[in-house]
Design a protein around this ligand. Structure first.
Ligand code: NAD
Ligand code: UD1
Length: 344
């Protein structure tokens, strides 16, 4: 079965590409390379042992997407394409609404016209805003604190409305918690441009000597050591979650309808736990300084991941040490080399 991955050259898309190929699907990529490099294609070929089909283009190009779906008899689409920097979404909201909300509208129009009505959507735990308690189940109230998060919420609502309008649509909405780590080969991973916003890439850059120390954003939260607690999930587990979601959507699993599930491990780890685990995995010191809280941060955010287990038979299997080991292998490989990354 042919599966179209919009944004498939990016961090999560590239890992999912490999997992889908291993599971017997034929994935193909549509990417405009606005946040990735075409170098990843050769790496995907090395990892899958087959030529990689990739079209350079914008997901908002209805004619292009429609033609791709028809020409390649696409059975389902996994929609990763979008921008993801929270701070930038506050500074440039229209850029985010245009690409993240406008993009999916165009994609759905193209799919509808081409009679392809099965979609997996990259949502985020950001739709829970500041959760009332943890662990978080899928029926928790949703909210948003920035245009990026608002966009995810609007997309989820649009999919629900479309599903109501035409029962032929099948949606798998996947709410990722905190994806980290890299493929165990060290060939693909995450390499954010500029100063990383997210914890794990920052810690990795400190460990490799690229940055002097980590700023820990607050140690006065109501958590065991006072630092923020998150549900870090290995990108390989996340990729497997997409395979499980597609199998359910295409083979009548999960009750034969649409679903919305958390993809997390169900375990929370503090910033200082991540620092210690990374030091162990890398054998390097990660110096840190305690700073003020970061605006918009919540104390704790981790999933109740039991619905995905029940509906999809999927569970995360990799631990924080596994995530740090693979993030370190990737970081030490790319350090000093000319940006060979999936995501830049
Ligand atoms: P990424 O930036 O590495 O990948 C996104 C890819 O989409 C890039 O290759 C980029 O070039 C491409 N792209 C962007 N706009 C496009 C467009 N208009 N047309 C075609 N291609 C386009 O990001 P990622 O971490 O792999 O995230 C994938 C998805 O998962 C995003 O929708 C993101 O919001 C969501 N998500 C990510 C995280 C995370 O922490 N990484 C967490 C929750 C949700
Ligand atoms: C952030 C985004 C969220 C997005 C997610 C994935 C914010 C407020 N939230 O989530 O919307 O879905 O990334 O892209 O930006 N930390 C430090 N020092 C650092 C970096 C992070 O102490 O240099 C701490 C944070 O305060 C937090 C934890 O590490 O407690 C994880 O941070 P991060 O990796 O940015 O993820 P989230 O805040 O969960």
């Amino acid at each position: 079965m042919n599966i179209l991955l919009t944004g498939g050259a990016g961090y999560i898309g590239s890992h999912t590409f490999v997992a889908l190929a291993a599971a017997g699907f034929t994935p193909m990529i549509l990417d405009d390379f606005s946040n990735s490099s075409a170098d990843v294609l050769a790496r995907l070929e090395a990892l899958t042992g087959t030529p990689v089909l990739c079209e350079r283009g914008d997901v908002a190009d209805v004619a292009l997407v429609g033609a791709l779906i028809a020409q390649h008899t696409i059975a389902a689409v996994v929609h990763f394409a979008g921008f993801k920097a929270v701070g930038e979404s506050v500074a440039q909201p229209l850029k985010y609404y245009r690409n993240n909300v406008g993009g999916i509208i165009a994609l759905l129009q193209a799919m509808d016209a081409a009679n392809c009505r099965t979609l997996v959507f990259s949502s985020s735990a950001t739709v829970y805003g500041d959760p009332a308690s943890v662990p978080i189940t899928e029926d928790f109230a949703r909210s948003h604190t920035n245009p990026y998060g608002h966009g995810k919420l609007v997309c989820e609502d649009m999919l629900a409305a479309l599903g109501t309008s035409n029962k032929a649509w099948r949606f798998g909405v996947l709410r990722y918690f905190n994806p980290v780590g890299a493929h165990p080969s060290g060939l693909i991973g995450e390499d954010p441009a500029g100063v990383p916003n997210n914890l794990m890439p920052y810690v990795a850059q400190v460990a490799v000597g690229q940055r002097e120390f980590l700023n820990v954003w607050g140690n006065d939260y109501a958590t065991p050591d006072g630092t923020g607690v998150r549900d870090y999930i290995h990108v390989q587990d996340l990729a497997a979650g997409h395979v499980a979601a597609l199998q359910a959507l295409l083979h009548g699993g999960a009750g034969g309808g649409s679903f919305t599930v958390n993809l997390g491990t169900g375990k929370g780890h503090s910033v200082l736990e991540v620092v210690r685990a990374f030091e162990q995995a890398s054998g390097k010191k990660v110096p840190y300084r305690i700073g003020p809280r970061r605006a918009g941060d919540v104390a704790q955010c981790y999933a109740d991941a039991s619905l995905a287990a029940r509906l999809l038979g999927w569970r995360a299997t990799q631990t924080l040490p596994d995530m740090c080991r693979d993030a370190w292998r990737w970081q030490s490989r790319i350090h000093g080399s000319p940006r060979p990354a999936a995501s830049r």
